[in-house]
Design a protein around this ligand. Sequence first.
Ligand code: FAD
Length: 483
Amino acid sequence: MSSVRKLMASVSSPLSMKHGGLSLWRPQSRIHQPSRSFVVASSSSFANENREFVIVGGGNAAGYAARTFVEHGMADGKLCIVSKEAYAPYERPALTKAYLFPPDKKPARLPGFHTCVGSGGERQTPEWYKQQGIEMLYKDPVTGIDMEKQTLTTNSGKLLKYGSLIVATGCTASRFPEKIGGNLPGVHYIRDVADADSLISSLEKARKVVVVGGGYIGMEVAAAAVGWKLDTTVIFPEEHLLQRLFTPSLAQKYEELYKENGVNFLMGVSIKNLEAGSDGHVAAVKLEYGSTVEADTIIIGIGAKPAVGPFHTVGLNTTAGGIQVDGQFRTGVPGIFAIGDVAAFPLKMYDRISRVEHVDHARRSAQHCVKSLLTAQTHTYDYLPHFYSRVFEYEGSPRKVWWQFYGDNVGEVVEIGSFDPKIATFWIESGKLKGVLLESGSPEEFQLLPKLARSQPVIDKVKLQNASSVEEALQIAQTSLQV
Ligand SMILES: Cc1cc2nc3c(=O)[nH]c(=O)nc-3n(C[C@H](O)[C@H](O)[C@H](O)COP(=O)(O)OP(=O)(O)OC[C@H]3O[C@@H](n4cnc5c(N)ncnc54)[C@H](O)[C@@H]3O)c2cc1C
């Protein structure tokens, strides 16, 4: 199975889901009609009786959704965002990148990276939401929903009436169980600003850091920790870094770069438990095979789970892992939508249902959903999988690395370049180019990747293998687009 499939937490199920012989996709109006489902609240518990659209979750997708509401003139006095966090939506990927720069290397802080700066858009500060007439409820997670009455309850006891509801609750970090030390002081998970701040206060006094997990989070946090000049060890059970995407050969080149930067690796190693010292603070990692690794700060990056609560209890289909939606992000319940990490949607290109935990999808799904809700847009979402990471970017770093991947990592692999400074990996199946990863490309070269992955051109594998440089390989791939 394609590793990208695993990476996207996909499930193989038909696009048109049937249940008891009935389609779960009930026909819905394509143009939003407030009178259809919106009932003006009569109770005095509603501060704003025009809460026509409510977004639950104030993360990446919510920020881009808000912008789309504003662009359509449908935010002012109509839109409410209910957020668990204390901050207006921000570009979450920054938390393991510039947010963790060493203190003397100008780390990023809010309000610098509020959405939508990550895609070159306006920086939507809390004042921006006020100016747009968008009601923001901070630090008040939604804890319940009554679909008959179209109301939400929040942790503080607020009752919110909604006309249309967009669920954008993202994911929560997977944790080590408490019984093996997963909640010890000094053990960190990183999902939001509060988590990142807590990690930074540990790094300020850390001596020995252990990063658990060899995926994106692990790679980014390990690169950050050596930037702080801390003794850093990465431990994971797989054979190499980012096993779900990288080939062994590509992973080896990154591992060497990390080692040159001072990172130690324990690969193919499982953890038995985390141990506390006499002060109750984490002190060591005990490995399955018996030995221990000292650590005063541990960051666990072992994946994330869709935050479906409290919506899984009220008839939304969550059998696919997240909340299942159609190509316009409609759930099976009229007037309720789901976007971003929490949505399990039809990945049209590859004819499967997928969940994608990446910011590019959070942004695009938000825009597509809101346009479908507010306009006559009828076309289905047609997402091209795209993953990226950037590490060692702080000022003075010996080498900044930035890779991007588009498509599906299936079939045979052709690798071109020595990683000094560039490398490209091409995945070819049945003679067609299916996926491509490029490290340290130019902006023009990165722009070519989605065209290649989208078109899946027939490509001459032998010619590609004989390319003497990444530039030549990309030229061969580009030419194949014109055939
Ligand atoms: C540290 C980190 C680094 C990342 N790096 C990259 C990267 O380099 N590249 C990339 O493509 N992707 C990256 N991602 C993934 C990317 O950030 C997510 O795909 C994206 O944030 C998803 O947007 P979202 O709005 O669906 O969820 P989120 O941005 O997670 O927002 C969900 C929000 O909903 C809130 N919430 C949850 N439940 C409730 C509730 N019941 N009531 C109210 N609010 C609730 C949460 O607190 C959160 O604020 C990274 C993620 C993390 C955590």
